[in-house]
Design a protein around this ligand. Structure first.
Ligand code: ZN
Length: 106
């Protein structure tokens, strides 16, 4: 993922393309991702919705909901092994994606 960037609405607008899906990470410091999420259509708005909860963000654009889901699963398992996440619940596949998690098969 690209980053870290400061999680401020203007910074998000400058760094993240408009109306693309993607995967993102959030952190209270610039070294450690503490939250991972994805958006199948608008990752910019998804990141901005957390602007008062975290200080930094990382992101990667994705071409499809399936691509975003597979990438968030990889990020989820990577960060769970690397210090843990604030939300420990496994990401759920979006509507229309039948693929299982490529890491754990759930
Ligand atoms: Zn998994």
């Amino acid at each position: 993922m690209r980053g870290p960037f400061m999680l401020r609405p203007l910074q998000v607008d400058m760094s993240v393309p408009c109306r693309v899906g993607g995967v993102y990470g959030l952190g209270k410091d610039s070294r450690q991702v503490r939250f991972v999420g994805f958006a199948d259509r608008n990752v910019r708005e998804a990141i901005k919705s957390h602007w008062n909860e975290y200080e930094f963000f990382w992101f990667q654009p994705c071409l499809s909901a399936r691509d975003a889901y597979l990438r968030v699963c990889q990020q989820y398992h990577k960060q769970m092994e690397n210090g843990g996440l604030d939300v420990e619940e496994h990401p759920a596949a979006p509507a229309g994606v039948t693929e299982k998690c490529p890491v754990c098969g759930k």
